[in-house]
Design a protein around this ligand. Structure first.
Ligand code: NAP
Length: 299
């Protein structure tokens, strides 16, 4: 039977490149995007490779829309072999999601957590290799370390290894999740990306049949920084140093499909190679706490 892959945030950027590559590898594609015109254009691009492609619109700022999306996907009587939780946002200003949560956390962590939970029964019914890939960021290492401008700079430049002990260690600040004063877009983004890493590791501890791994795609020429003026202004200058979306998608595709990674779970990958995630991700107490709260917040 044909293998089916679902990629969120596939209306552009790394997600679309991931979907195109999976289509070339023979997967049927189900893609999710927020902006209808971009979603339609993405479906057309993928259709040039496979006729087995369907697009679904959902705004991950709304858990109700995620529930409806899951119901629609489950109403298709078909397997689900690969789930790539790729959709992501970086909000420069504090925003609340439709459900009242800090929006970066809601879109980057709560929505994929809920979608994954709802689709799990279908993945469990699917035969053979089943994999979940979470597209996080190396910036997850920066969560909770924002006190020092120097360590922030080293982290953004990917030079933290030069700091004593690799620089300050990431911390998941549960109390900061709802803090609208002193909001920093970078800190909120890093926290949401750390949440993905923690939850993937916790999922791997809980689940034996379906693998769960996290990737950092590298620094990629996409629109993810559109909400942050200073980063967006730097975009044309930084272009030569950034990966193309196809290069950025390579690690997601590798982790989703490489035969040698069958059964490998709970890992973190950069440039298609295993890497070390922030130490806090392997703390089962933090994993259990964030899991239980995420269940409560998405109920
Ligand atoms: N680019 C980088 O350098 C980089 C580095 C590390 C990690 N990442 C991660 O890579 C992933 C893909 O990002 P990208 O760089 O490809 O950015 P992008 O070009 O901005 O694409 C983001 C995708 O997520 C979707 N999305 C955003 N907000 C959404 C919402 N509220 N509901 C539903 N979908 C939403 C977008 O949909 P619409 O366009 O249809 O609105 C788009 O398809 C993200 O998780 C990002 O954090 C990127």
């Amino acid at each position: 039977m044909k293998q089916i892959a679902l990629v969120t945030g596939a209306s552009g950027g790394i997600g679309l490149a991931t979907a195109l590559e999976l289509a070339k590898l023979g997967y049927g594609l189900r893609i999710v995007g927020r902006t209808p015109a971009k979603l339609d254009a993405a479906v057309e691009k993928i259709r040039a490779i496979t006729s087995d492609v369907y697009g679904y619109r959902a705004d991950f700022s709304s858990l109700a829309e995620v529930r409806t999306l899951a119901e629609t996907l489950l109403s298709r009587d078909e397997p689900l072999n690969v789930l790539v939780n790729n959709a992501g946002v970086w909000n420069a200003e504090f925003r609340r999601s439709a459900d009242g949560y800090e929006d970066t956390f809601a879109v980057n962590h709560l929505a994929p957590f809920l979608l994954t939970q709802r689709l799990l029964p279908r993945m469990r019914q699917t035969d053979g290799d089943r994999r979940i890939v979470h597209v996080s960021s190396r910036l997850h290492r920066q969560a909770g370390t924002a006190k020092s401008a120097m360590s922030r700079l080293f982290n953004v430049l990917n030079l933290s290894a030069l700091l004593p002990n690799g620089g300050p260690q990431a911390v998941f600040d549960f109390d900061a999740l709802d803090r609208d004063i002193d909001y920093r877009g970078l800190e909120a983004y890093a926290r949401s990306k750390l949440a993905q890493v923690i939850i993937s590791a916790e999922f791997a501890r809980r689940e034996s049949e379906i693998t769960s791994n996290v990737v950092h795609p590298g620094s990629v020429q996409t629109d993810v920084t559109r909400g942050t003026k200073w980063l967006y202004v730097l975009k044309p200058i930084s272009r030569p140093f950034l990966r193309t979306p196809a290069q950025g998608a390579a690690t997601s595709v590798h982790v989703a499909t490489a035969p040698e990674l069958a059964g490998e779970t709970g890992g973190y990958y950069v440039s298609c190679k295993p890497a070390r995630a922030a130490a806090i991700a392997s703390d089962p107490d933090v994993g259990r706490r964030l899991w239980d709260l995420s269940v409560e917040w998405t109920a």
